[in-house]
Design a binder for this molecule. Sequence first.
Ligand SMILES: Nc1ncnc2c1ncn2[C@@H]1O[C@H](COP(=O)(O)OP(=O)(O)OP(=O)(O)O)[C@@H](O)[C@H]1O
Ligand SMILES: [Mg+2]
Length: 319
Amino acid sequence: MNEQHRILAGQRIGLFGRGGSGKSTCAVLLAKVLAKAGYAVCVVDADSTNEGLPQALGADRTPESLLAWFGGTVFSGGPVTCPVDDPLPLAGARLRAGQLPGQYVARTPDGIRVFQAGKIGLLGPGAGCDGPMTKIARDFAFEPEGMAPVTIVDFKAGAEDASRGVITSLDWIVVVLDPSYAGIRAAATMKTMLDQMRAGYLPATQHLASPEQADVIRRAYREARTKGALYVLNKVPDAETERLMRQRLLESQIEALASIREDPGLRRSWLHGECLQSAAAEAEAAKIVRALEQHCGTATNQQSTPRHASNDALAPEAV
Ligand SMILES: Nc1ncnc2c1ncn2[C@@H]1O[C@H](COP(=O)(O)OP(=O)(O)OP(=O)(O)O)[C@@H](O)[C@H]1O
Ligand SMILES: [Mg+2]
C-alpha cells in the first residue's frame, strides 16, 4: 500500500440518479476499482427495495440487515427513527471490527465488505416508511483494523434520501444518468440541491418536536462534509448519443466525467445475479477514482485553503 492509495481512506461516496440509470452498476464498478487499487472498501446497500447488489459484487451471500442489528424501526417498537421526524444521530452507528456479528457483513473475493441497511418489503404490510434505513445509511460507519475504508453507499432511486439529509454525511456524490430526459433532469435537480446547500439553505424544521432536533439538523447542513459531485453517463449506445447527453448537461453547467457504454454483458450479469465483469466499464469508473484522488491529494497539500475555495478549479464539481 503506497501513499497514493491512502488518499481516499475514510471518504464516503453516495450514488444517486433516477430509477434504473445505473447507480448500483456504478457502485459495483467503483468498489471493484478501489479494491484493486488497494483500498479497504465497504459497500452499503441503502436501497430499501431492490435486491442483488451483493451478488453483483461477487459476495458470498446476502448479509442480514443492519436494521435488525440496530433493533428495528420506530414504527414497530424499535429504536431506529426516520431522520425527517428525528434528525438525532443513530446511537451506536460507528462500529469497529469485531463489534458486528459476521452475519451482518458479506465479503467478496477481492475483500470488499458488503452491508445492507434493510428491505422494507420483508417487514410486512404496514411497515411504515423507509426513513429508518435512510438514517442507517446516513450514520453507519464501519471501522476495520488498519486503514479506514472508502465507503460506497448505493441509494434508492430519486432525490428523497438526499432530501432527508443523507448528503450531509457524504464526502462525494456520484450522479448516474441514462440517455433520457428524466435522467438529465435528475442530474440537474441534484446539482441544484447541492448548490443550495452550498449557498446556506437550511432544511425544514417546523415539524420537529424539540429545539434540540432543529439545532442538530441545521448544524448537519452547516457542517456538511460534502465536497463535490461527479456525473457519470451510463447505458450510452453510441458516440452521437454521448455528444447529445453532454450537450444537454452543459445547459445546466454540468460536465460528465465518465461515460459507460450500453453493455449486454452487464445486463446479463444483473439478470442472472452474477458478479459484474467489464474492463471497459471499470476503466470509466477508474476515471472517477482518479479525479477524487487528485482532488483529495490537492486538498491535503492546501490544508490552509478555505473549504470551498480550493474546489472550484478541480474536476469534481464543487459543493
Ligand atoms: N452499462 C449498461 N449496459 C447495459 N445494461 C445496463 C448498464 N447499466 C445498467 N444496465 C441495466 O440496467 C438495469 C438497472 O441498472 P442498475 O441496477 O445499476 O440501476 P439503478 O440506478 O441502481 O436502478 P434502481 O433505481 O432500480 O436502483 C440493470 O439491471 C441492467 O440490466
Ligand atoms: Mg440500484
